[in-house]
Design a protein around this ligand. Structure first.
Ligand code: ADP
Ligand code: MG
Length: 150
């Protein structure tokens, strides 16, 4: 085994600033076009950061209509043909997580988008793409997209 095999995975971080919800959606759409089925997109950021806006973009980029992309705040999970959309805000233990169907959805058939990934950080697969969104002011958002590997 070469010494480099022992090096930790490098995270390939890309940082963006968006100035409108539309730009945040566009970024989500751009990312979606690079995703294979089974990709996991873990979203981090406070209430109102723009996580749902980003997921609307993911849906667009996957060729779906984004009309029915709303926050699964109460349902915890919304299922779409190409995309499973979670809101983990209320998920605080393993039973809660199991009740969302999480473990079954890790079967690699659809893209998974997870709002409030903070709450299930330990359960995220190592290959999850991590998207951090932070509000700079009313309209500006700092968005960091970290791809594992490469
Ligand atoms: P979250 O899912 O993180 O709680 P939402 O996507 O539901 O956030 O809401 C984001 C809110 O921030 C919306 O009201 C949206 O209009 C507003 N907003 C303002 N500027 C931006 C931006 N650059 N990107 C995303 N949302 C923005
Ligand atoms: Mg949301």
């Amino acid at each position: 085994m070469k010494p480099s095999s022992f090096a930790p995975n490098k995270m390939n971080n890309m940082q963006y600033t968006t100035h409108t919800p539309h730009q945040t959606e566009e970024l989500g759409a751009q990312l979606a076009r690079q995703l294979a089925p089974g990709a996991v997109v873990a979203l981090f950021g406070d209430l109102g950061a723009g996580k749902t806006a980003f997921v609307r973009g993911l849906a667009q980029g996957l060729g779906m209509s984004d009309d029915d992309i709303t926050s699964p705040t109460y349902a915890l999970v919304h299922e779409h043909p190409q995309l499973v959309h979670f809101d983990m805000y209320r998920v605080t233990n393993a039973d809660d997580l199991e009740s969302t169907g999480w473990y079954d959805y890790l079967d690699g058939t659809r893209v998974l988008a997870i709002e409030w990934s903070e709450n299930i950080a330990d359960e995220l697969p190592p290959n999850a793409i991590r998207v951090h969104i932070a509000a700079i002011n009313n309209n500006e958002r700092r968005i960091t997209i970290a791809h594992p590997g490469d």
